[in-house]
Design a protein around this ligand. Structure first.
Ligand code: NAP
Length: 323
């Protein structure tokens, strides 16, 4: 038996309840992992609220790090006691869990437990957004929203390391300072006012090459207005609410823009793709290219408090649950 945070009905943070559940033995292709730390991600809140459908009941959470306690039949390339991290499927908010070996990667000795738990999902997302959704080149100018958040903070650092000029947005002076410290050339406090005029001014009216927008509803229209003709809008999340597809002609009117809504499933859905992205992430952390500040630590049983803080825009960097 193990402690786990269950969602039995969709709703606010209060639906997250601590229960005791059976873990069982791993089936074919499965691994059992004893968690050391669990990454907190905005997607966890979408699944809890029902915005992203997951059959009820389910154990919340999509990312974690721990050691292997059992290997199912047909699992190769892993051993008992090995330090590993994983992203997806749901079930991370628990002391111990089962999951497909295909979603698990080894953690190098140089990467601390909490760092691996906090960084794998957000960091591999940053990797594919900057290397595959659009391949950043030196001289690109990019706009990154929520630049002090878990994913945004990694995007800023990595985009800078790849040679981009980075404009970031964040809510409030403390977050603006964090974005600057991460390397952003210009930070805009979009809680104090709009961001479009400031981006236009900073690019001499041209607009940016790419917008990375994980905020969604409240920034989507403005983000389109920040792009240069034929620029790329990467709408990769909906922290402020889901985006409705605009009239297709909007893209024409604003300069023959490109629009994409990427997902980890489409980019990192195979074990090979996940391993490639994870290896690049861990190498970037080990070399100092990326730092992963852990802004918030909670015990497993305080998962609801963690969700409240995340949804209230009170957090910076990445958060972890500790078991
Ligand atoms: N597509 C993918 O593959 C993928 C993978 C990972 C993450 N994501 C997306 O990336 C985004 C960031 O995820 P994360 O886990 O790293 O979260 P996070 O950035 O640490 O937290 C979300 C941030 O969004 C900003 N925000 C703006 N308006 C908000 C509102 N109304 N409510 C809540 N937050 C608001 C807040 O920063 P400010 O206060 O600075 O505005 C907040 O801190 C999410 O949309 C997530 O779904 C997508």
């Amino acid at each position: 038996m193990t402690r786990a945070i269950l969602v039995r009905a969709h709703g606010g943070p209060e639906v997250l309840t601590l229960e005791t559940v059976a873990v069982g033995a791993p089936g074919p292709g499965e691994i059992r992992v004893k968690n050391h730390a669990i990454g907190i991600n905005f997607v966890d809140t979408y699944q809890r609220s029902g915005l992203y459908p997951v059959p009820l009941p389910f154990v919340a959470g999509n990312e974690g790090m721990g050691t292997i306690t059992a290997l199912g039949p047909e699992v190769t390339g892993f051993h008992l006691g090995q330090r590993v991290a994983y992203q997806g499927p749901v079930g991370a908010y628990a002391d111990e869990r089962l999951l497909p070996a295909a979603r698990v990667v080894p953690v190098p000795d140089s990467i601390a437990d909490e760092t691996a738990a906090a960084a794998l999902l957000k960091g591999t997302t940053a990797w594919y957004l900057l290397h595959e959704t659009h391949r950043i080149k030196p001289g690109d100018t990019v706009l990154i929203h929520a630049a002090a958040g878990g994913t945004g903070h990694l995007l800023v650092q990595w985009a800078k390391a790849l040679g981009a000029r980075v404009i970031g947005t964040a809510g409030g002076p403390e977050k603006v300072a964090l974005g600057r410290a991460a390397g952003a050339d210009l930070m805009i406090d979009y809680r104090a006012g709009g961001f479009v005029d400031a981006v236009r001014a900073a690019t001499n009216g041209r607009g940016v090459d790419v917008v990375y927008d994980g905020v969604g509803q409240s920034t989507f229209e403005g983000s389109l207005d920040c792009l240069r003709p034929r620029g790329l809008m990467v709408s990769f999340g909906n922290a402020s609410g889901p985006v409705s597809i605009p009239r297709l002609m909007v893209l024409a009117e604003k300069g023959s823009l490109y629009l994409t809504r990427p997902t980890s499933a489409a980019y990192l859905g195979t074990p090979e793709a996940l391993r490639t992205a994870a290896a690049a992430l861990f190498a970037a952390i080990a070399s100092g290219t990326l730092s992963v500040p852990i802004g918030h630590r909670y015990p497993l049983e305080a998962a609801a408090e963690a969700h409240r803080g995340l949804e209230a825009r009170e957090t910076t960097g990445a958060g972890v649950l500790l078991v």
